[in-house]
Ligand binder design. Structure first.
Ligand SMILES: Nc1nc2c(ncn2[C@@H]2O[C@H](COP(=O)(O)OP(=O)(O)OP(=O)(O)O)[C@@H](O)[C@H]2O)c(=O)[nH]1
Length: 167
């Protein structure tokens, strides 16, 4: 009976399997770029039913403008608050990348979608784990940024415990 009172983590350790880990994953970025849709689509395995894609209103944000905001605004704040946290750069709304209406709308606002190579290079320059392009709507590549974030977090924890053990 006492065993039932044990936290899951302790029971797992007793049975010899790996202890449970918790990873805190925070999505940061401009408004209306698709953060909520991304997390809901990932966690519920479906696009939020009450979020009919509103292309035009979100367009100017899913673009190079967001990238500038990332460098000028978000990154300094994140690095100030969490200097060592692994970061994954995510390009959202991938399904709209080749949508002609979207491209026209962006061009009218002197905007354009962020290119794959451009995103990769920026992620590298900024010391991020990587750049991934996803669609919450079609779920293309949806797992990738979360897998990368989880892996990076586990690796960081292991490195920290190794360096603590070596002291
Ligand atoms: N076509 C398409 N539309 C998307 C996708 N992800 C989000 N959207 C649409 O973009 C709009 C904004 O999405 P949200 O998930 O609310 O964006 P957010 O970044 O959480 O917005 P804030 O709450 O303002 O920070 C909604 O109309 C979504 O339906 C996507 O992958 N494809």
């Amino acid at each position: 009976m006492k065993n039932r009172e044990f936290p899951l983590i302790a029971r797992r350790r007793r049975s010899g399997s790996a202890p449970e880990r918790k990873v805190n994953c925070v999505l940061v970025g401009d408004g209306a770029v698709g953060k909520t849709s991304l997390i809901v689509s990932y966690t519920t395995n479906g696009y939020p039913p009450n979020m009919c894609p509103q292309r035009l209103t979100t367009l100017p944000r899913g673009s190079a403008l967001s990238l500038r905001n990332l460098v000028d605004r978000w990154l300094p704040e994140i690095r100030h608050q969490c200097p060592d946290t692994p970061l994954v750069l995510v390009g959202t709304q991938l399904d709209l990348r080749e949508d002609v209406q979207v491209l026209i709308q962006l061009a009218q606002n002197q905007q354009r979608p962020v290119g794959t190579e451009e995103g990769r290079q920026l992620a590298e320059e900024l010391g991020m784990v990587g750049f991934m392009e996803v669609s919450a709507l079609t779920q293309k590549n949806l797992k990738d940024p979360f897998d990368s974030a989880i892996l990076a977090s586990i690796q960081q924890t292991e490195m920290e415990s190794c360096s603590e053990g070596g002291r």
